[in-house]
Design a protein around this ligand. Structure first.
Ligand code: ADP
Length: 723
């Protein structure tokens, strides 16, 4: 029977009856043409789909009857259209959740589908149905978005994830173009990407890409997408599977680390496993002035200092080859100023089972380098200084010497081990008589962080004495820590000793002929007097004055050398100071016609002392007053007493003594260098002897003076000497 004949038999009347019959059927019936467009759907079909019957024709099955659509149905329709063979399919509707048994029969114009809603409980135990159920449950539970698409991009199945995201219902989107899904349609760029990907996938390729979609206004989601194609038995693309993984958090973390990397003061870089530079942060471009292209690969090395280039690149390649973390310091050029700055460059390999890439930073350590260099130089200088062996240098921690240079060790005979083992102690090295001056110096050190050089002696390791000059500074943060320099004073002391020996010898040698000369003069005087020759008397008396002057000088010289040797002797007896002072004043007045000596006050009582030496004190003070006040005739001597002491001051109105010299005039051989004072004869011994005598009597001597106005020397003596 031909098709034409069959058509002829169906009259309008029979056609209407048939239609009524179809409308009454308990199963849903849908006729499709070859493009899967609905030609007819009966009342039951419309109910199942949830649409009015007249709406359905003209729509594709996928769009018009979306509650019925599934991948299984799609496959069946495609197969039946293709093979023109009847077939059956059973599946669970993703929308209605009911089991549908569908019979597909080819018709002259397409296919007839008969849907039987199968709710029979026993059939629910069917293994096929159970596995189908599991498959669907699984799909719903996957956190990725999963969509099955026709090669044209129509949605056949879609799981809950994208639906919930866009807040749309399944039936609203099934059968429609996936590119029109709200999440994509509101993100035009992503939509374009998706469209292209679907086209590519429908050609049989697997497509992967990342996209940012907008499921709802004001919200975005970053997705990593894969679209794969499923081929049928004829190697034709049957449908597409889309999987979208949410990577928003990941992207955000990426973005955060990117911001972090960009905000870092360091230059940050990333390379491939083979060392090819792929990424550097903005700071790199900004600092080096290189472009992305110039930086890539090994290009970055152009920014290195020519002297560092080879070494740095070689070290980097070695690190890449061995996989050992990379660390080097190199100079990198500032592209703007042309200046090279030191950087600490560090790279670490990021590994999985093998090295994936290298991540590195370059940190500006120029300042640090400069400080290090300055420190190194200063240390070098200190070492040069310490090792110079010109002076001894030690550092001490409290009493212990913790460091000493060769010169010091050489001088004192101690070894480096002695110092290292803390066996050298400067207090132990100090002889008892030098302890007071040493303590004083260290007090000064503690107060002022420095001590002026002073003379002392050290007891060397072998017990011998070493004359030294010592000075030093203390560390501000720790005053117990000091650096002390030590000068060997032997040569000077030796010279001094020889000078003292010479003085002592010379004064002795001079005194003998002088004594004889004095005697002879006296004898000569007597002789001439006896003979009645009086004409030479003035000459003789002038001779005697000169001889006395000589005698005094030689006496002073002798005193000085005795003082030096600690051999000045004192003959102690009760001394009437009042009488003594008046005697001295009278004698001095007799020899000096130019000046007037006035004595005021009294000192009743007597003290125990050496009368001659005390006379020497005041004779000296008065003779100085006369000498250094040639044009001021008044010399005042004032005496006052308390219960414990007697004070004698000698005041002149002469040239005075500059302040800075006042302390020094009591030193041996010290003479003021002022030319007017230089003109006055003297050897600078008088005040030295005076001060020593006063000291021996338990007293003190001070000077008060105004240049051009005069000086006052004040001696204070105790009535009773201490023990
Ligand atoms: P000299 O033999 O030089 O006088 P002295 O030891 O007696 O030695 O004095 C030391 C120095 O002190 C003198 O050279 C002088 O410069 C200064 N001097 C001492 N007495 C006086 C004084 N009355 N007026 C000014 N200068 C004085």
């Amino acid at each position: 029977m031909s098709k034409g004949k069959q058509r002829e038999r169906v009259t309008p009347e029979s056609n209407r009856q048939l239609m009524d019959l179809l409308e009454m059927l308990p199963d849903a019936l849908i006729f499709l043409d070859e493009t899967a467009t609905i030609q007819y759907a009966n009342a039951r079909a419309a109910t199942m789909v949830g649409a009015s019957q007249h709406e359905l024709p003209g729509n594709t099955l996928w769009q018009g009857a979306s509650p019925l659509v599934s991948i299984a149905l799609y496959q069946a329709v495609v197969t039946a259209t293709h093979t023109r063979q009847p077939l059956q399919v059973e599946y669970r509707s993703p929308v209605t959740q009911t089991w549908l048994h569908v019979q597909l029969s080819p018709t002259s114009q397409g296919i007839a589908l008969c849907f039987h809603d199968d709710t029979e409980p026993t059939r629910l135990q069917d293994p096929f149905r159970q596995s189908e159920q599991r498959h669907q449950d699984l799909l719903e539970r996957i956190s990725d978005g999963v969509v099955i698409l026709t090669p044209e991009g129509l949605i056949l199945e879609i799981n809950q994830r994208p639906l919930a995201d866009a807040q749309v219902r399944r039936e609203e989107v099934v059968g429609r173009l996936f590119t029109d899904f709200p999440s994509w349609s509101s993100a035009p760029f992503a939509q374009q990407q998706l469209r292209a990907a679907i086209v590519q996938a429908s050609l049989g390729e697997t497509v992967r890409f990342e996209a940012r979609i907008r499921p709802q206004p004001g919200r975005y989601r970053d997705l990593a997408l894969t679209i794969t194609s499923h081929l049928d038995a004829n190697q034709q693309v049957e449908y597409l599977t889309y999987v979208g993984r949410d990577i928003t958090a990941h992207k955000q973390a990426d973005e955060e680390s990117r911001v972090l990397v960009e905000s870092m003061p360091n230059l940050v870089w990333m390379t491939r496993a083979d060392g090819f530079v792929e990424y550097v942060n903005q700071r790199w471009y900004h600092y080096t002035g290189l472009t992305r292209e110039q930086t890539q690969g090994d290009g970055w090395s152009a920014s290195l200092h020519p002297e560092d280039q080879q070494r740095t690149v070689a070290a980097w390649h070695a690190a890449v080859q061995t996989g050992i973390p990379y660390e080097i310091t190199s100079r990198i050029r500032n592209g703007t100023t042309g200046e090279y700055r030191w950087f600490l460059v560090r790279g670490i390999p990021l590994k999985d089972s093998q090295i994936l890439r290298w991540l590195g930073t370059s940190t500006d350590i120029d300042e640090q380098k400069r400080i290090e260099e300055a420190l190194r130089q200063s240390q070098e200088r200190v070492h040069v200084f310490m090792d110079s062996n010109i002076i001894g240098i030690i550092t001490a921690d409290g009493e212990e010497i913790v460091e000493a240079n060769e010169a010091f060790l050489h001088m004192t005979g101690y070894s480096r081990e002695d110092v290292q083992n803390r066996r050298v102690n400067w207090v132990h090295m100090t002889p008892p008589e030098y302890l007071p001056v040493t303590q004083q110096a260290h007090q000064e050190l503690a107060f002022h962080q420095s001590m002026r050089p002073y003379e002392k002696e050290y007891v060397c390791k072998d017990g011998s004495r070493l004359p030294v000059v010592v000075g030093g500074v203390a560390f501000q943060d720790n005053p117990l820590h000091s650096i002390v320099f030590v000068l060997d004073n032997t040569a000077r002391k030796e010279l001094e000793r020889r000078k003292d020996d010479f003085l002592s010898m010379a004064s002795h040698e001079l005194r003998t002929p002088l004594t004889s000369l004095k005697l002879q003069t006296q004898l000569l005087g007597k002789h001439l007097a006896k003979q009645g020759i009086s004409g030479v008397a003035p000459a003789l008396s002038r001779m005697e004055v000169q001889v006395k002057q000589l005698e005094r000088l030689i006496g002073e010289l002798l005193d000085v050398s005795k003082l030096q040797a600690g051999r000045l002797e004192y003959v102690l007896e009760p001394v009437n100071l009042d009488a003594l002072l008046r005697d001295v004043a009278e004698t001095m007045q007799q020899v000096s016609a130019t000046h007037t000596i006035v004595v005021r006050g009294t000192a009743p009582g007597s003290l125990v002392g050496d009368k001659d030496r005390l006379e020497q004190v005041f004779t000296n003070l008065l003779s100085n007053a006369i000498k250094y006040a040639p044009d001021a005739p008044l010399i005042e001597m004032e005496v006052s007493a308390s219960a414990e002491t007697v004070t004698i001051s000698v005041r002149d109105q002469g040239m005075g003594i500059p302040k800075e010299q006042r302390e020094k005039i009591f030193e041996r051989f010290y003479r003021a260098f002022d030319p007017s004072q230089r003109a006055v004869p003297g050897l600078g011994m008088g005040l030295y002897i005076v001060a020593e005598i006063v000291k021996q009597h338990g007293g003190t001597i001070t000077v008060d003076s105004t240049v051009g106005k005069g000086s006052t020397f004040t001696v204070t003596l105790p009535w009773k000497r201490g023990a």
